[in-house]
Design a protein around this ligand. Structure first.
Ligand SMILES: CC(=O)SCCNC(=O)CCNC(=O)[C@H](O)C(C)(C)COP(=O)(O)OP(=O)(O)OC[C@H]1O[C@@H](n2cnc3c(N)ncnc32)[C@H](O)[C@@H]1OP(=O)(O)O
Ligand SMILES: CC(C)C(=O)C(=O)O
Ligand SMILES: [Mg+2]
Length: 584
């Protein structure tokens, strides 16, 4: 049960950090960090079913494809799979990629770990020892002094077995060394410096080959500004800073890992360790996809390529056996979808302006309501952005019609169609899929293809009038038009005649006479469909019958623009017959 007064059980985190004049709040991120993927180690160790070798290989190859140059591939002393996979990496990783492996500060495990790297071109040997009071007291019963001694001895052991190892199987490797004062986020800042100074002295790094101090938020203890302070304090107080690479390893216990990683980079960090989509112990490691794409949307190349994010998600889900959350930043399946009407309206208008601007000026600067990233940049198409349910407005359905049928519906027709869509979503109590919307549109406005059997059955079932033939005669004296047209339904075969100042008004008059109604053409517009010489024309017509307020819409498509208008008019009559506005 939650306590009414949690302060009797939980104390506020206070790292007692002595940082005067902190610099990080005035800085901005201007370049990407060195990235390390720990998917195959920290991510893997947190899975209910750790990856098989086959899965690890597949994952590793995807990490290479994304562009990772440092990959923590295993904990070789943990299992034969990890050991064997490390050996596979030694054989198969490209020359410019460093494989990293982890071992606790336990000499026998360090020896086994280094064995797995025999023959590697580039390797990072990573050891860890928890340094916080809590861990030292509860787990190891070790004083600060004893911890420094163990860390130093283990570093010297690593040194003798790696960069100072005379064995030719080891001395050709380009060795880097990483030390993690595990639980750094809960460690006294002064003690973190003290133990890292001892390790640094033991390793003896150079500017060309710096030591990596990985400063993990093993457990996220506080708001991200505190982590940034801890990193800035470390960065300002560690000696020979130029021989040190400061690495971050934020976990996400409080849900702030992204912010912590970003602010801590401002605090002076050079490198970030994390996992794709934030897999990892408990609430996970920091999500490298989000960090990288956050940089990208600020105009900074992150050096990681997520041009085909779906292929990344596929591998991550398959190998981790954990789904990527539909709302995961950037990658989640629902992230580039708008269901709500006002969002759809804004996105639709934004796209229209953007596409026109690109066409006219070549300027591709992105400035889109609700979409911080162009979905195409990560391999997503625009079709899926707008989806339609009961929360949608006219813009959503008309976007889908535009994108799929190339029909740029006039506003009045959009409003008219959206009422049918609304009824359908409420009746079905769910989202309408693209095909359902397209079929609904075709059915409501009779956009049938006579070459399709199904469509032909519908034409017959609905008893629609079709335009069979027509002739336009121009009166040479007053330029008026006369139309002689044949229209046909299942039961009727009609020859109609009418006059007007154009083919449309002549046909409207012919129909008015036959149906004994008054037809007013209130709206007409047309555009071409497609871009080649065989393009068809589409016409949209809005009519009023007997001065009734409701506008009845018709759509017609034909190679000939005049004929498309006549078909649109016939379809508006079909619409009126179906809705019992006129009877035959
Ligand atoms: C924060 C992190 O993610 S750290 C990485 C954690 N990852 C893993 O643990 C995955 C792989 N681990 C394993 O396969 C196993 O735990 C092994 C092979 C490392 C060790 O297995 P075991 O020898 O059976 O020991 P066990 O797992 O029970 O570990 C506890 C022992 O290690 C000691 N230990 C724990 N952490 C550390 C450390 N950082 N440095 C040194 N010793 C440590 C404990 O004090 C304990 O010693 P004790 O048995 O004398 O009390
Ligand atoms: C081993 C270390 C770096 C770790 O995973 C952690 O502290 O979270
Ligand atoms: Mg970790």
């Amino acid at each position: 049960m939650m306590l009414e007064d949690p302060s009797i059980k939980y104390k506020p985190f206070n790292p007692k950090i002595n940082l005067q004049n902190r610099d990080w709040p005035n800085k901005q991120l201007i370049k990407p960090p060195r990235w390390l993927s720990t998917d195959l180690r920290d991510g893997n160790q947190s899975l209910p079913d750790p990856m098989t070798i086959t899965e690890k290989k597949e994952y590793f190859n995807k990490l290479l494809e994304i562009g990772f140059k440092e990959i923590e591939v295993s904990f070789p002393s943990a299992s034969q799979i990890d050991f064997d996979f490390t050996k596979w990496c030694v054989q198969n990783s490209p020359n410019d990629v460093a494989i990293q492996v982890l071992s606790p500060c336990r000499p026998e495990l360090i020896k086994r770990t280094i064995e797995s790297l025999k023959g590697a071109k580039n390797a990072i040997l990573h050891i860890y020892l928890a340094t916080s009071d809590c861990f030292r007291n509860i787990i190891f019963n070790m004083s600060q002094k004893e911890s420094i001694k163990l860390a130093t001895e283990c570093t010297l052991l690593v040194k003798s077995l790696t960069k100072e190892n005379p064995d030719p199987s080891y001395n050709k490797t380009n060795w880097q060394f990483e030390f993690s004062p595990e639980t750094f986020s809960d460690t006294s800042p002064e003690f973190a410096i003290e133990i890292c100074e001892a390790v640094k002295n033991a390793w003896n790094p150079t500017v060309e080959n710096p030591i990596i101090f990985n400063l993990p938020a093993t457990v996220e203890m506080s708001t991200p500004n505190i982590y940034a302070d801890q990193i800035e304090f470390f960065s300002k107080n560690i000696s020979q800073r130029e021989t040190v690479c400061i690495s971050l390893h934020p976990h996400n216990d409080r849900g702030c890992a992204i912010a912590a990683a970003e602010l801590a980079q401002l605090g002076g960090a050079d490198r970030v360790e994390g996992c794709l989509f934030g897999n990892g112990e408990r609430t996970g490691n920091v999500d490298l996809v989000t960090l990288a794409l956050n940089l990208y949307t600020q105009g900074i190349n992150p050096n990681l390529n997520f041009s085909n994010i779906n292929s990344v998600i596929e591998i991550v889900e398959k190998c981790n056996k954990i789904p990527v959350h539909p709302r995961a930043p950037y990658g989640g399946s629902l992230v580039v979808c708008a269901f709500s009407g006002s969002h759809q309206d804004a996105i639709k208008k934004g796209f229209k302006l953007y596409e026109d601007k690109v066409k006219e000026t070549g300027d591709i600067t992105w400035n889109m309501p609700y979409l911080p990233l162009d979905p195409k940049d990560i391999g997503r198409n625009y079709e899926a952005i707008i989806r339609v349910n009961s929360q949608s407005g006219k813009g959503g359905a008309s976007w889908i019609i535009l994108r799929n049928l190339e029909l740029d519906l006039p506003r009045g027709l959009q409003i008219n169609f959206s009422k049918f869509v609304q009824m359908e979503t409420e009746w079905k109590k769910r989202e309408l899929k693209t095909n359902e919307i397209l079929n609904l549109f075709k059915e409501k406005y009779f956009i049938f293809d006579e070459n399709l059997e199904n469509d032909n059955d519908l034409i017959k079932m609905l008893d629609l009038f079709k335009l069979i033939d027509y002739k336009i005669i121009t009166d040479q004296t007053n330029k008026n038009k006369q139309i002689i047209a044949s229209i046909q339904s299942n039961t009727l075969d009609l020859k109609l005649q009418g006059k007007g100042n154009g083919p449309l008004s002549a046909f409207a008059n012919a129909l008015s006479t036959y149906f004994k109604i008054n037809i007013d053409v209130i709206h007409y517009n047309e555009h071409t469909l497609g871009k080649d010489s065989n393009s068809k024309a589409v016409s949209y017509i809005g009519i009023k019958i007997n001065e009734i307020e409701t506008i009845i819409w018709g759509v017609g498509i034909n190679e000939d623009v005049t004929e498309s208008g006549l078909i649109a008019l016939i379809n508006s009559i079909n619409f009126a017959i179906r809705d019992n506005i006129i009877s035959i």
